[in-house]
Design a binder for this molecule. Structure first.
Ligand code: ZN
Length: 340
């Protein structure tokens, strides 16, 4: 039998699987230009296309070493069931992060009220699907939605995921509407706690990061997507200083490779700090698996095996293999662990 090394599977804490279809598209000057293309794609998809497309994307994730995924879903309720079916068919653990969308975007994203959203969530939850709340962003949800969803997530001990501070314009608009920045609004409305994951936090200021640290919330960093969209740099050293937990997400799925996400995360930190080893290797691997699982409320998820006979891993000293994975390999070195 080929030599291999067993590891905990990587956990993809933030995915929009349908966006994989945009990977070869280059239009749009910035986040907002890309968003127009994304909205047009989202509006064009049928339920059957969602189901079939997601099976392929989830198989790619498994092939790259992700064995669990948090699907941040805003395409509609029938499509949410299709995403769950696709995950089952592909064989990946899925937590459905059902998005609440009160305004803007596409009509198919939106619910009529927070109560309407929660009744959708409960209908899915009753089928036994692992679920989390996902107010899309302070852009997409009014203040009272955040209050109601924050209360519900805390009472039910469910994960709450929310995009924040990715495009700078979101911060300006939040300040104009509410007089506070996005993560401050999340704190004010009861949305921050140990069960909370803020996706991106790219332009969070010191006060916002302090609020995350005080609440015990996590940040999901999505470096390949953030690079692709020109979002900016995740504030990795500032997150480390405050001991804020990080996890990773493939987000737009322009790349599906946990090792590349981790390498970029540490690469950003090294470029910022002007030194090596800003985040320890063990912490990086923890961000890639345990922290992602905790963000999704998962207690267990399948292991993977690294192929030690892969050209990227041959000729190494055994104690260098883990570092070589993060700094010198792609996800094609992994295969699902054999079950006995
Ligand atoms: Zn996202």
């Amino acid at each position: 039998m080929a030599e291999s090394l067993s590891l905990p599977g990587f956990v993809n804490a933030h995915s929009h699987a349908f966006q994989r279809a945009l990977r070869g598209r280059t239009e749009g000057d910035d986040f907002w230009g890309w968003r127009d293309a994304m909205l047009a794609l989202a509006e064009s998809l049928s339920v059957d296309q969602v189901r079939a497309g997601y099976v392929e994307v989830y198989r790619e994730m498994l092939g790259a070493g992700y064995t669990a995924v948090g699907e941040f879903h805003y395409l509609g309720l029938a499509e949410a069931h299709a995403a769950v079916e696709a995950a089952t068919e592909a064989g990946i653990e899925l937590v459905l992060l059902l998005s609440a969308y009160g305004r803007g975007g596409s009509e198919r994203f939106r619910q009529a009220s927070a109560a309407d959203y929660l009744s959708q969530l409960e209908a899915v939850r009753e089928t036994g699907v692992r679920i989390g709340l996902a107010p899309h962003s302070v852009r997409a949800c009014p203040r009272d939605w955040h209050e109601e969803l924050g209360r519900y997530a805390a009472a039910e001990s469910l994960p709450l995921h929310v995009h924040a501070d990715e495009p700078p314009r979101e911060i300006e608009e939040c300040l104009a509407e509410h007089g506070v920045r996005p993560i401050e609004l999340l704190a004010d409305t009861g949305c921050l706690g140990p069960h909370t994951t803020v996706v991106h936090a790219t332009h969070a200021d010191g006060r916002e990061l302090d609020l995350l640290a005080e609440a015990g919330a996590r940040v999901c960093v999505c470096p390949t997507t953030e690079a692709n969209l020109g979002d900016g740099f995740a504030p990795v050293p500032a997150l480390c200083e405050r001991r804020i937990g990080m996890c990773i997400g493939s987000d737009s799925n322009v790349r599906i490779d946990p090792l590349e996400e981790l390498r970029e995360l540490e690469g950003i930190a090294r470029r910022n700090a002007g030194k090596r080893n800003v985040v320890s290797l063990s912490s990086l691997l923890c961000f890639g698996s345990d922290e992602g699982a905790a963000a999704l409320g998962l207690d267990s998820w399948p292991d993977i095996e690294a192929d030690l006979e892969h050209p990227s891993l041959t000729g190494l000293e055994p104690h260098d293999v883990h570092a070589a994975l993060v700094f010198g390999c792609s996800g094609d070195v992994f295969r699902a662990a054999e079950t006995h």
